[in-house]
Design a protein around this ligand. Structure first.
Ligand SMILES: N[C@@H](CCC(=O)N[C@@H](CS)C(=O)NCC(=O)O)C(=O)O
Length: 257
């Protein structure tokens, strides 16, 4: 559904970051400012210090730009990452690609040790299969009773994750892809706080400490827009009227497409 009232560019701290990345580079992030999956790729680029162009695409406006975008990502979804004429979709895959393609020790986002790497992927999988669908179930829940149930379910799922946090970040001192993957949903929990009675501290004290730390990470701050604009974007989700692929899938009891 094309929403003509939707802001078509990033706001808040992210405005300056977009401005600094509008020149063509070998790497292009095809992006939507409001999209939590785009946000993952964007944080990764900032963490790794890769020169990149940020290119906004309004995927809900099915015009000639969208038609062109389908050649970059036939799935028609943001984010997509283009490098020297080749393109990748799927946020976590393109984040892992950036990690592999720019293997700088100081900006490592996955551990060197094989077991630790697998352990990180295990929790990336948990974020994809458990946390993100539960986030959308809560945002789309209608009526007080359903919202309370969805909120309690979300808390339980986050508590399991929080119990595994080594601190200050998920894997310890080193900020990793696990933190990248969850960060956009931490930023956007402000929408749940305002509209669904969510409080970080009600998950657990450990979750609050972790979430506060992730939200304050400079790469996260400089790629985030204003909360009021996220809330506006989520309006149709909050009324369970959104017809994005995610909204439809979650409404039907499914996961993230
Ligand atoms: N699994 C994908 C999900 C990406 C996704 O759902 N992006 C949304 C925007 S936040 C999208 O492009 N939706 C297009 C649509 O619903 O038609 C990923 O991780 O990259």
């Amino acid at each position: 559904m094309y929403d003509p009232t939707l802001t078509i560019h990033a706001t808040g701290a992210a405005t300056k970051t977009v401005e600094e990345h509008k020149e063509p580079q070998d790497v292009t992030l095809h992006a939507a400012w409001y999209c939590p999956f785009t946000h993952r790729g964007w944080i990764t680029l900032e963490e790794k210090g890769v020169p990149y162009e940020y290119r906004e695409i309004n995927i809900y406006h099915r015009d000639e730009n969208y038609e062109r975008f389908l050649k970059i990502n036939p799935k028609g979804m943001v984010p997509a990452l283009e490098r020297n004429g080749k393109a990748l979709g799927e946020s976590l895959i393109l984040c892992e690609y950036l990690e592999d393609a720019y293997p700088t020790e100081e900006t490592r986002l996955l551990p060197a040790d094989a077991f630790e790497r697998a352990f990180a992927r295990l929790w990336l999988d948990y974020i994809s299969k458990q946390i993100v669908p539960a986030y959308f179930r809560l945002i789309q829940a209608q009526g007080e009773q359903n919202q309370t149930t969805a909120r309690e379910e979300y808390y339980k799922i986050l508590r399991t994750f929080a119990d595994m946090v080594k601190g200050p970040y998920f894997l310890g001192e080193q900020f990793s892809l696990v933190d990248v993957a969850i960060a956009p949903f931490v930023v956007r929990d402000a929408v749940l706080k305002e509209k669904r009675g969510y409080e970080r501290v009600d998950v657990s004290a450990k979750w609050k400490e972790y979430a506060d730390k992730v939200a304050a990470r400079p790469s996260v701050v400089k790629t985030s827009s204003e909360i009021k604009d996220y809330t506006h974007f989520y309006g149709p989700y909050l009324r369970d009227e959104a017809d994005s692929e995610i909204a439809k899938s979650v409404r039907a009891g499914g996961g993230i497409p």
